[in-house]
Design a protein around this ligand. Structure first.
Ligand code: BGP
Length: 472
């Protein structure tokens, strides 16, 4: 099986996970700074020192057939307090330099405005639960569209709204570490979608050249053991994590079916949500303006009906078999199927990616194009200076690319794939032993080493052949 020639092959990064330099060049604080320090397990400095090493990473991208790079702008480098009257010149310049270097290396930048890193000054006031953050985000977006209009052709408003709000308010693995608050989780999702809608409308109203979209993390939800009694649980969980956001993105309102499910979940958990007519008008005005949808996909879930107490254990150590994820009145994730999983209990299920893309195309026919904006394998790589053999990662990437090809063959417009991650980066709740990169980063020396997957990727970009994990 071969990938189409024009299918884009890119690598993904995110500011806070790659840059380091968290207090350099006038950068404002993000909530993660204090949160991680308090936790004391690991910190995001120097991460992969991308702040200084980006010319090397872009050169490697060029040499190894990575034609595009996802980069996020750290909002607090531009506006240290999120809503400052003046932008911070050092932060603004840093991204000019970075985008110019990407262009010089022939690597197309796909730029995300928000990747989990709201400035602390706004985050501490309720993040997107506070309307002021929505307004500040739109101002920050407007600034970036104008400032970088000659350097950036592909924009993404948000990276993964569901993981943000569930991480913050349900699982509690992201600051402010609140657990089992369904009201905040759903309200946060809705409010971020309003912010997305306003930003995308502004981009189109000002007739900027280029394309703009949003990234959702879409894990496919299947009923456990294919059983009828678990179908409703899978549906509820799908609404909570996927369909609520997809409706907001492409329908501009929430269908009755989705609101019934949301209300069922909220009723079971004593929660509430406020959606105004004005909000819906913003969603409606933006529903046909998305040039593309980014799908981040790592795993699918098999869901069983669950009425017990909310119970989540996040496996952030890579100790296989320790994950628990059970939501009262929604469902419980099951792990005892005959499906391989990585050390963090993420099920390796490429069919779920294909099914998800086909589902989006079917249920949201006004979608224009899909990129897989993240996919990759968390793995504890063994370092050596000869060749780091990460064949399980190659196998993972190859099988998910086959899923892309199957979706294309089924008629879905899938335009490209970004591997997470370009080089090894810091992982929010797992630190540094969960590596994803095509390039190994020795975090002590900041040296980069191409892994076997990097050589395989280069070969793939040349011959487009998905038939084997071997390098020739
Ligand atoms: C996505 C995020 C990325 C990245 C990735 C891997 O949710 O967009 O920033 O972290 O997941 O997740 P993790 O680092 O938890 O393994």
């Amino acid at each position: 099986m071969n990938l189409p020639k024009e299918f884009l092959l890119g690598g993904a990064t995110a500011a806070y996970q790659a840059e380091g330099a968290t207090a350099v060049g006038g950068k404002g604080k993000v909530a993660w700074d204090d949160y991680l320090e308090k936790q004391g397990r690991f910190k995001a400095d120097p991460a992969s020192d991308f702040y200084n090493k980006y010319p090397i990473d872009l050169k490697l991208s060029h040499e190894f057939g990575v034609d595009a790079i996802r980069i996020s702008i750290a909002w607090s480098r531009i506006f240290p307090n999120g809503d400052d009257a003046e932008a911070n010149p050092a932060g603004v310049q840093f991204y000019h330099d970075l985008f110019k270097e990407a262009r010089a290396q022939g690597v197309e930048p796909y730029v995300t405005l928000h990747h989990f890193d709201t400035p602390d000054a706004l985050h501490s006031q309720g993040d997107f639960l506070n309307q002021h953050t929505i307004d500040s985000f739109v101002k920050y977006a407007a600034f970036c569209f104008e400032e970088y209009k000659d350097e950036v052709s592909y924009w993404i408003t948000f990276n993964e709204i569901w993981p943000v709000t569930s991480g913050q308010y349900l699982v509690g693995k992201f600051p402010p570490a609140i657990t089992y608050d369904f009201s905040k989780t759903l309200q946060g999702q809705h409010n971020m979608m309003v912010a997305h809608a306003k930003a995308i409308k502004l981009f189109k109203d000002n007739q900027y050249e280029g394309e703009i979209g949003i990234i959702h993390s879409l894990e496919t939800k299947y009923p456990y053991e294919g059983k009828k009694e678990n179908e409703h649980a899978a549906f509820l969980y799908d609404v909570l994590a996927n369909k609520f956001l997809l409706d907001a993105t492409y329908k501009g309102y929430y269908t009755e079916e989705v609101m019934d499910a949301v209300n069922e979940i909220l009723l079971a958990n004593n929660g509430e949500i406020h959606i105004t007519e004005e909000d819906l008008a913003h969603l409606d005005a933006a529903k046909d303006l998305n040039d593309f949808l980014g799908i981040n996909y790592y795993q699918s879930n098999f869901v069983k009906a669950y009425d017990g107490d909310n119970d989540i254990h996040h496996n952030g150590t890579g100790e296989k078999g320790t994950s628990v994820f059970a939501l009262h009145g929604v469902g419980e994730q099951m792990f005892d199927m005959d499906i391989p999983r990585n050390d963090w209990d993420w099920l390796i299920y490429p069919d779920g990616l294909r099914d998800q893309m086909i589902r989006v195309a079917k249920e949201y026919p006004n979608y224009k194009k899909i990129y897989v904006t993240e996919n990759g394998m968390g793995y504890k790589d063994d370092f050596n200076t000869e060749l780091i053999d990460d064949t399980p990662r190659i196998d993972y990437i190859r099988k998910h690319l086959i899923a892309c090809k199957e979706a294309i063959d089924a008629g879905v417009n899938v335009a490209g794939y970004f591997v997470w991650s370009l080089m090894d980066v810091f992982s929010w709740s797992n630190g540094y032993n969960k590596r994803y990169g095509l390039f190994y980063v020795d975090f002590d020396t900041q040296e980069r080493y191409p892994k076997k997957s990097a050589y395989w990727w280069k070969q793939l970009n040349e011959n487009r052949d998905l038939s084997s994990n071997d390098i020739g």
